[in-house]
Design a protein. Structure first.
Length: 565
């Protein structure tokens, strides 16, 4: 029997205890040589689906096919934290090292038993496997992978427990790339990777001959590495109605940019077809209710005989009856094959109207601003209405800069000038909530002025989500609450620290467009390469509002860099 060379899912459904359905009839395939991106709104079931593929969960129904050796990135290694990083590498390449050992043993046995032809055949097979697996270049391969993922400067005798979480995550990715596997399943593989490491990973996946399924929020990665996208968003359709458009787990050919266009085309076609159907329904219902008077507008003449009146009445009744029966039959057919109403889009309505304060001077002026060991000296001027993207590696002080401008950090060197009349608000990189028993709507109301638009009115949540306790919401949904509180009453100076963290891809796209339309001043930090690429496009298109500030870092130690911002 030939082993499967693809990942295949057919009719996969899954419910958690209590009957909470997460996945419904998921069917798609990832062929050999393909990199398929897995995306979806928060709570759509990406982690659940990966758990089923990895064997941690069992589907209620459906069929799953995976190649014999399917590799996964473990969230945490099973090795004791006292073990050195070298143990991770040794464990990953143990199978390949064994091939090398087998060749040495077979060579020795062949010298002792020169007449044993079976040993020679076995030696040839082992030699071919060694060549196909790159055993002879294994040490160079290890060095290449570690350097590509930014781990070259981490001593391999470093205990796992002394590494940052990001370093352990990158070592887990390195071990997967070094293992001889037939397929790969990756969960947020670009987390903790810088631009160079992401590019290295993309190159590795392009060279890999087996199927790859990668769940990711990284739009740059999805656009650069993937040749297909599977969207678990239930908002694409309801169960059992409108072909591919209504299935959870719809697959789109092409990269992320192609997906955005195809998805919008699919939604628009669904809305158009539904509108045409409802127009036809109205026409048929009207036809089914017609009377002879509606059809003929007949008025009896005084000179008309009784015989002729009866003739015309009979003819009208027969005609009307036929038309009504035809309309009713077509209505029955329409109901039987009805296209379901497209689900309401949860579309971000943008930043509420804002009247920028007229100050006649820069919104922010910094002269030799510096925080020892956290922010190297910088001098900037940000004019009212400008939008500044602050980029730089971990440890360069991006979050520190925003905290200084916001007033959270008061111990710094240099000079900072912000006009007193300017209102300032900051979206923190990590949301910190205390009252997790309150609903999202209640928390939002406590932190916003009376009369502010609600989370639902802003398009950030459905009524059902807004009624949930904060503790029951996902990180992405809590992020929506934080975003809503900041934007419900927009300030003159909006500080956004990694605003797309934990947001769904659709909301991230809508937020970025809303910021372009926002009249106030914006300073935003972002690791998101897609955001940075779009910002550069704005500048290339002569958008005078868009500017970029790139911070440098003095840090070289990886652990410090991981923990800085």
């Amino acid at each position: 029997m030939v082993a499967p060379l693809h990942i295949g899912l057919d009719g996969i459904s899954f419910s958690y205890p209590g009957g909470h359905r997460v996945l419904t009839d998921i069917s798609f395939a990832v062929p050999s040589g393909s990199v398929t991106g897995l995306i979806g709104e928060n709570g759509a079931g990406k982690s659940t689906l990966l758990g089923i593929i990895s064997g941690e969960l069992t589907a209620d129904v459906g069929t799953l096919i995976t190649p014999p050796i399917t590799g996964f990135i473990a969230q945490e290694t099973s090795l004791p934290f006292t073990e050195p990083a070298q143990s991770l590498i040794d464990e990953a390449v143990a199978e390949l090292r064994q091939v090398e050992a087998d060749i040495a043993e077979l060579s020795s046995r062949m010298a002792e038993e020169p007449e044993n032809t079976s040993l020679a055949d076995e030696f040839d097979r082992a030699l071919a496997r060694a060549e196909n697996s790159g055993v002879w270049e294994l040490d160079a391969r290890i060095a290449t992978v570690l350097a590509g993922l930014g781990l070259a400067n981490v001593p391999l005798d470093t205990p796992l427990g002394e590494m940052s979480g990001g370093q352990r995550r990158r070592f887990a990715l390195a071990t997967l790339l070094l293992r001889p596997v037939d397929a790969m399943v990756l969960d947020e593989p670009t987390n903790h990777l810088d631009d160079e490491a992401v590019d290295f990973l993309i190159g590795e996946l392009e060279a890999f001959k087996g199927p790859v399924l990668a769940a990711s929020h990284d739009r740059y990665f999805l656009d650069s590495a993937c040749d297909a996208i599977v969207d678990l968003d239930p908002g694409l359709g309801a169960e059992g109605g409108y072909g591919e458009e209504t299935r959870q787990g719809a697959k789109f050919t092409g990269a992320f940019s192609d997906y955005l266009k195809a998805r919008e085309d699919r939604r628009r076609r669904w809305e158009t077809d539904y509108a045409a159907q409802e127009h036809e329904r109205t026409r048929l219902e009207k036809a089914a209710d017609q009377t002879a008077e509606d059809v003929f507008h007949h008025h009896e003449s005084k000179s008309e005989t009784r015989a002729s009146a009866k003739f015309f009445a009979d003819r009208a009744a027969k005609t009307v009856g036929a038309r009504r029966r035809a309309a009713e039959q077509r209505l029955d057919n329409l109901e039987r094959l009805a296209i379901p109403a497209p689900p309401e889009r949860l579309r971000f309505t943008g930043v509420p109207p804002h009247q920028a304060t007229s100050i006649g001077v820069p919104a922010v002026t910094a002269v030799n601003l510096r925080v020892p060991d956290r922010l190297m000296p910088l001098s900037i001027k940000v004019q009212p209405g400008q939008q500044l993207l602050v980029e730089g590696p971990n440890g360069s002080g991006k979050s520190t800069l925003l905290k200084i401008i916001d007033g959270e950090i008061t111990e710094y060197e240099g000079e900072l000038i912000i006009p007193e009349e300017l209102t300032v608000a900051r979206l923190e990189q990590d949301d910190a909530w205390h009252d997790l028993e309150a609903t999202a709507a209640e928390v939002f109301e406590r932190h916003t002025p009376s009369g502010s638009p609600t989370l639902v009115e802003m398009g950030l949540m459905t009524p059902e989500q807004a009624a949930k306790k904060l503790g029951d919401l996902s990180l992405g949904q809590r992020r929506r609450v934080s975003l809503g509180i900041i934007l419900a009453s927009p300030p003159d100076l909006l500080l956004l620290d990694e605003p797309t963290n934990h947001l769904s891809l659709a909301l991230a796209e809508e937020l970025e467009q809303a910021l372009v339309d926002f009249s106030g001043t914006v300073i935003i930090t972002s690791h998101d390469r897609w955001v940075r690429r779009q910002w550069r496009r704005r500048m290339a298109q002569q958008d005078s509002r868009a500017r970029i500030l790139t911070l440098a870092t003095m840090w070289t130690d990886e652990v410090w860099r991981e923990d800085r911002d």
